[in-house]
Design a protein around this ligand. Structure first.
Ligand code: AMP
Ligand code: ZN
Length: 491
C-alpha cells in the first residue's frame, strides 16, 4: 500500500506523491504566543507529530517547519481588532518580546511533555520581516495589491482560484456574507474579502513593533508570515501544509493567494505552491463549545497535570480519535485514557520482564509478528488512522502466540510513531499488574511476591519460586504464567 492523505484541496483521499523521491517537506502553522496554548491547540501539534513520525516510519527523509507568530495576529482572523500580542503585553505590563518569549517557552515545554518532536526549523515572524517585505514586493509587482487608507491590501478579485481551498462562494464573499460574514466593515477595502499585507502607522499609531518598508513604517498582516517563511525554508513548491480546520476559509486561503500571487510565469508552470493540505478537526468541550484562547474558555495542559494526569494520557486520548473527526473533551474520557495507558504500560512491563529486556531482530520475527507490523503500517497509510493503529498495538500485546522478544520489537516499532514512551514508562513502573487490581488492599504486597517469584525463576531458584506460588495459592491467589509475563487473580 502507499500513503494516502485526505487533501482539503479537492476534498479527496489521495496517494501521497512527494516532489522529490524519498523526501517530504512540510509546514505546520505554529502558535500565536500571546497566551498559553490550550489543549485544543495542542491537538493540532499532536496531529502534526503523528504526520512527522509516520513519514519517518515510512522511510521518508523529512524537513518539518513551524512558525511562531509573535507579531501581527489580530484578535480576529480578519483585519479588524487589536494586535493579540500588544493586548497581552499591556495586560501583563511587559514588552511584546518578553510576552512572546514567555509563551514560546511554555509552548515548548508543553510539546516536550506530549513527546512531540521539535520541528527541524522553528521560525519567528519578527525575525523574517525582510523576507515578508520582499514577498509583498513580488505580489505588488504582479498587480495583486492596492494602497488604501495607509494600508496595502491584497485584491482577491485578481486571483481567480481564491475560492478553491474552502469552496467559498465568490458572490457571497463580495457581499461580505456567507461563511465569511464581515462584521466590521473596512471602508478602504474594494471587496470585503480583501486582506491587509502591510499595515502602516496611519492605522495603528501606537503599534508596539514597527519596521520600515516601501509602504511606510508599519507591520505585516498576519497571513504573509507563513507564505514567506515556508518558502524560505522549503522552497517555492513543497509537499504538505497543515493547520486546524479553522484556517481553511481565511488564513490558508489567503496564504495561497499570496504565495501563488507572487509567482512568475515559470513558477506557475511548475504547479501549485503546496500539493497537499491537511487539517485537523477541533477539540470541543462538552456541550459542543469550541475551546478558544480569546474567549478565555480554555484548559491548558497544566490543568490536566494539576488533576494528576500525565501529558501522555492526553496524547493517548487524542490518538483514540481520527484527526479529521471532532473530539469531545471530558474528564471521564481523560480517566479512561489514563486507565488505558496504564494497562498498556503494565502489559509492556510484563513483556519486558518476560523478554529479559531483549528484542527480537527483524530476521527473527515470525510471520504473525510481521503481519501485525504490516497492518499497523497500512493503518497509518490510511490517512494516519491512529485509532486503528492503537488497536493493532493492543491486539499484538495480547497475542500469546508471539514470543515476548517479538512483542517487545513490535511495541518499540509501533511506539516510534504513537509516541507513548511505553518501554520508558514500563522501566519506571514498579509492578506489572498493580493496576489490574485497583481496590484490592493486598495488591501491592501480592505484586511484590509475584515479582519476587519471577526473579527467583530467572535465578533458577525454582524451590523459592514454587514456595511463593504455593503460599499465594493458600491465600486464594492464583498465578498464571503467560508468554508476556505472570498475571494473578483471586479464586
Ligand atoms: P493559534 O495559536 O491560535 O494560532 O492556533 C494554533 C493551532 O491550533 C492552529 O492550527 C489552530 O487551527 C489550532 N486550533 C485552534 N483551536 C483548536 C481546537 N479547539 N481544536 C483543535 N485545533 C485548534
Ligand atoms: Zn499559517
Amino acid at each position: 500500500m502507499a500513503l494516502k492523505l485526505f487533501n482539503t484541496m479537492g476534498k479527496t483521499l489521495q496517494e501521497f506523491k512527494p516532489i522529490t523521491e524519498g523526501f517530504c517537506g512540510f509546514y505546520g502553522c505554529g502558535p500565536t504566543v500571546y497566551n498559553y496554548a490550550h489543549i485544543g491547540n495542542l491537538r493540532a501539534y499532536v496531529f502534526l507529530d503523528i504526520l512527522d513520525k509516520t513519514l519517518t516510519y515510512l522511510g521518508y527523509k523529512i524537513k518539518h517547519v513551524m512558525n511562531i507568530t509573535d507579531v501581527g495576529h489580530l484578535t480576529g482572523d480578519g483585519d479588524d481588532g487589536e494586535d493579540k500580542m500588544k493586548k497581552s503585553a499591556e495586560e501583563r505590563h511587559q514588552s511584546v518580546l518578553e510576552v512572546a518569549k514567555f509563551y514560546t517557552d511554555a509552548f515548548m515545554k508543553d510539546i516536550d511533555a506530549l513527546n512531540i518532536r521539535h520541528p527541524d526549523v522553528i521560525c519567528k515572524a519578527t525575525e523574517h520581516i525582510n523576507e515578508m517585505i520582499e514577498l509583498i514586493k513580488q505580489i505588488e509587482a504582479n498587480g495583486h495589491t492596492y494602497m488604501a487608507g495607509g494600508n496595502l491590501y491584497y485584491d482577491i478579485s485578481t486571483y481567480p482560484d481564491y475560492a478553491k481551498l474552502a469552496n467559498l462562494n465568490m458572490d457571497e464573499l463580495k457581499a461580505g456574507a456567507g461563511r465569511r460574514k464581515v462584521v466590521v466593515v473596512d471602508e478602504n477595502k474594494r471587496n470585503p474579502g480583501d486582506f491587509v499585507l502591510w499595515f502602516t502607522k496611519s492605522k495603528f499609531e501606537d503599534q508596539a513593533m514597527t519596521w520600515d518598508s516601501p509602504w511606510g513604517r508599519g507591520y505585516p498582516g498576519w497571513h504573509i508570515e507563513c507564505s514567506a517563511m515556508s518558502m524560505k525554508y522549503l522552497g517555492k513548491h513543497f509537499d504538505i501544509h497543515t493547520g486546524g480546520i479553522d484556517h481553511v476559509p481565511v488564513h490558508h486561503t489567503n496564504e495561497i493567494a499570496q504565495s501563488e500571487g507572487s509567482f512568475d510565469e515559470q513558477e506557475r508552470a511548475k504547479g501549485p505552491w503546496v500539493n497537499y493540505w491537511l487539517h485537523n478537526e477541533f477539540l470541543v468541550i462538552e456541550g459542543g463549545n469550541k475551546m478558544s484562547k480569546s474567549s478565555g474558555n480554555f484548559l491548558r495542559l497544566q490543568s490536566l497535570l494539576d488533576k494528576g494526569y500525565d501529558a501522555l494520557d492526553y496524547r493517548l486520548f487524542l490518538l483514540g480519535s481520527h484527526y479529521r473527526k471532532q473530539v469531545y473533551f471530558s474528564w471521564d474520557a481523560m480517566e479512561s485514557a489514563k486507565n488505558s495507558r496504564k494497562a498498556l504500560v503494565n502489559r509492556t512491563k510484563a513483556i519486558l520482564d518476560a523478554a529479559g529486556g531483549k528484542e527480537a531482530s527483524d530476521a527473527e520475527l515470525s510471520a504473525k509478528a510481521k503481519e501485525y507490523l504490516e497492518l499497523f503500517k497500512a493503518d497509518l497509510e490510511n490517512d494516519l488512522s491512529t485509532p486503528q493503529a492503537l488497536s493493532r498495538l493492543q491486539m499484538a500485546l495480547k497475542d500469546s502466540s508471539l514470543t515476548p522478544q517479538e512483542t517487545l520489537t513490535v511495541i518499540n516499532k509501533m511506539d516510534s510513531v504513537l509516541g507513548l514512551k511505553l518501554v520508558e514508562y514500563a522501566k519506571k513502573a514498579d509492578s506489572p499488574v498493580a493496576d489490574d487490581h485497583a481496590g484490592d488492599p493486598e495488591a501491592k504486597e501480592i505484586d511484590a511476591l509475584v515479582q519476587q517469584r519471577t526473579e527467583a525463576k530467572k535465578a533458577k531458584d525454582f524451590a523459592l519460586a514454587d514456595k511463593i506460588r504455593n503460599d499465594l495459592a493458600a491465600r486464594g491467589v492464583i498465578i498464571t504464567d503467560t508468554p508476556s509475563g505472570p498475571t494473578w487473580k483471586r479464586q
